[in-house]
Design a protein around this ligand. Sequence first.
Ligand code: NAD
Length: 791
Amino acid sequence: MTDAQTAATRIAQLRSDLDQHNYRYHVLDEPSIPDAEYDRLFHELKALEAEHPELVTPDSPTQRVGSLALSAFGEVKHEVPMLSLGNAFAEDDLRDFDRRVREGLADELPAGDLFGGGASVEYSCEPKLDGLAVSLLYRDGQLVRGATRGDGSTGEDISVNVRTVRNIPLKLQGTGWPAVLEVRGEVFMSRAGFERLNASQLEQGGKTFANPRNAAAGSLRQLDSSITAKRPLEFCCYGIGQVQGELPDTHVGILNALKAWGMPISRELKLAKGADECLDYYRDIGERRDALPYEIDGVVFKVNNLAWQRELGFRAREPRWAIAHKFPASEELTELLAVEFQVGRTGAVTPVARLRPVKVAGVMVANATLHNMDEVARLGVMVGDTVIIRRAGDVIPQVVQVVLDRRPADAKPVEVPQNCPVCGSHVERTQLIKRSKGRETVSEGAVYRCVGRLACGAQLKQAIIHFVSRRAMDIEGLGDKSVEQLVDEGLIHSPADLYKLTFEQIVELEGFAELSSKNLLAAIENSRKPELARFIFALGIPDVGEETAKVLARSLASLQRIKQALPEVLTYLPDVGLEVAYEIHEFFSDSHNQTVIDQLEQVLDIQGQGELGAEYAASTTLAGLIDKLHIASVGPTGAKTLAAKFDESLEKLLAADWLDLRQTLSEKPANAVRDFFAVAENRDRALKIEAQLRDFGMHWQSEKRVVEGLPLAGQTWVLTGSLEIMSRDIAKEKLESLGAKVAGSVSAKTTCVVAGPGAGSKLAKANELGVKVLDEAEFLKALEGFGIGVA
Ligand code: NAD
C-alpha cells in the first residue's frame, strides 16, 4: 500500500469513529470515551488531512460542528451559525494563535519597531464552562425561543426547557436592548448540583451521570420539560447571534450590556493585552480551577474589538478570532489491572481499583475508588476492562465508566473475598431491613464488613480509641496519638492488652513522663470494674450506641446472655430492631471477637449482672414471639388471638391441626400458619427462640409473677422537672427494676410524682388530683429504702 492509501484508510476509519462518538456525545449525551481520547483522534485526523489536503471532504468531522439534531424536537435554523472553537493545548499553540491574529490584522495594527513585533491585541478572557451551547432569542425583550447548537446551522427547539432554567430571564430588564437579540451561552451544572442529582438518582434507582456535562446535556435535552425543571441547571452567557438594533462595539462591552439587562455572565471575565497576559490569565484560572463551583475544561480568548473580529472572519468550523486554551483533561482512559479490597477503620471492606498509571488533570493516578459492590455492579466493571477515570477537584479519582467495546476476552468478574484480607475474620454483607405494614424483611446491603471488630488489625486503633473513651471504659490520659503508637509498636494487639501495660512501656511513649505514666496506670486500674452497660458500649459493636448498650445491660443483665442471644430474642428489647439485633448477634458469633472478649473477662470484673430485667421479662409473650416470626397475613392481633387460644403454649400451637387453627383465624391466615410451621426450619427457629427465653429464666406463664414479686409492682410513677443528682433515665430504670411503670402523664391512677426544679403542668395536675409528690431528695431516700444507691 502506498503512503496515501494507508492515510486514506486511516482517515476513513477515524471519520467513522469520530462520527459515531459525535453522535453519542451530542445527540445521545452518552459518550463512550473521555474527551481527551476524542481530542486525540480528532487531532490525528486533522494532522493527516493537513498532510493530504486532497483527501479533505466537506463532511469530515474536522469541517463540521456537533452532530445532527434529534428529530424528536422541533428544528431551529440558526441565522448566524453556531460554531465550535479552535483549541490550544500548549503555550506555543496560544502564541501561534496570537501571531495569526496579528498577521490577519496587519493593516489595522500599528507597525512594530526594531525591537518588538508590533502592538499587542486586546483579548477578552473567560472560563470555558463544560456544558452545552444554547441560543436564546429575545424579541422586544421577551424570551421567545431556545435552541441547541445541533450541527451549527440547525439546532433543536428546546424553548419549553430553557424556560425552566432558573437564571435565564424570561424578560430582559431595563431599556435599550435591541428589538431582536439572540443571546448565546452555556447551560451547565455546578459540582454541588451534580453531586446532589446523582445522589438522588441513586436513591430512586435511576440512571446516574458520569460527569456534570453529561448531566447538564441529558437534563436540558429532555422531551418532558418537568424533568428539566427538577434539575439544577444554570446558564452563563458568553456571546450573541443575530441582532436587530444597536450594541456596543467590543465583546466585553456587549457582555456588560447583557449583564445590565439581567443576563448572567462570568464573574471571571477579564481583558488581557497580548499572549503573555492571556497566559497569566490561563495560569491564574488553572490554579483556581479546583476551587471553582463548576467544572471548566479551559479558558476562551476572543479578540475584543468586534470590527477586528469581522475582519478576521471564520474557517470551516471555528472563528479565527477566538480560541479555547484547554486544561489537562479531568477524564482519561486506562486499564483496570486488579480490584483489591481494603478494610477501613470501621471494618467496611471496600473495593479499590488498581490501574495502569495514567495522568489525569496533571496528576499520576494508579488507584481509584469503586465505593462498594453496588457501584461495581452498576458500572458492570470487570478486571481487564478499559475504564474512564475521572479526577475533578480534590475528589478522589473515580472509575466512572467502562468502555465495553474494548473489553478483552479474558476479563474477570470482581469478587468479594470471603475472609478479611487483614485478620481472616468472616466478611459479611450488611443486612438492610425494610419495614412495611409492620413487617420486616431482610435484604442485602451494598456494604461488606469484616466482623472481627476487636481482632482486626485494620480496625484495632479505632476499636481501642473507642474502648478507652470517656463514655466507654473512661481511661483518662490515653489520647488517640498514644493509642496509635501503642498499636504501631506492637505493644497491644487487643483491648485486653491494655491491662498488661507496664510503667516502663508507658513512660517510653511520646508525651509521657513519670507522673503521667503513673496516672495512666491508675486510670487503667480504675477501669477494671465497669458496669455491664459501659462494657458493652466499649466493645464498639456496629450500631450499638450508649442507649442500646444500656438497654441490653438492663434487660438481659448478664454478658453471658447478651453473648448468646438470638436476633429474635434481642428484638424483644425496646428500640432494638432486627438490623441491630443481627449486628449484635454476628459480633458475638465471630470467634476472633470471642477470643478478645474472653481475655477481657479474665482481666475485668464486670458489674451489674444478675436477674433478668423485670420489664423485659414481662415483654416476652407468646403473642410477641408469633409476631416476630413474621408469618404472612398474621399481624399482632392474629398473634394475640393464637396465643390466647393455645393457652400461651408454643407446644400446643405447633401440635394444632388446620381445624384448630380455622376455629381461631380466617382461612387465609390459618393456611399461612399451617404452611409456615410445615417447614421444619421455621418450627426449629420458633422452638429455639422459646428455649432460649426459657433458659434466660423467663417464660410467658411466669410473666405476672416476675413483676408481682417486685416491691413497686402495679404502681405508676411520673417523673417531671429536671433531676439534679440522678438523671431521668436512670431514675426510670431504677423504678422499673422495682416493678413500677413509669408514665409520661399524670392521671388519677398515678401513684406518685417525682418533681424536680422547673416542674410545671404535671406537678400542678398532681396537686389538683391529690397525687403524692416527692422532691428529688425524698425520692432518693425512698430508693435507698429499697436498697438502691444513688451511684
Ligand atoms: P468545544 O466544546 O471544544 O468548544 C466550543 C464550545 O465551547 C461552544 O459551543 C460552547 O458551548 C463552549 N463554550 C464554553 N464557554 C465558552 C465561552 N466563554 N465562549 C465561547 N464558547 C464557550 O467544541 P465542540 O465542537 O462543542 O465539541 C468538542 C468538544 O466536545 C471537545 O472537548 C471534545 O472532546 C468533546 N467531544 C467529546 C466526544 C466524546 O465522545 N467524548 C465526542 C464529541 C465531542
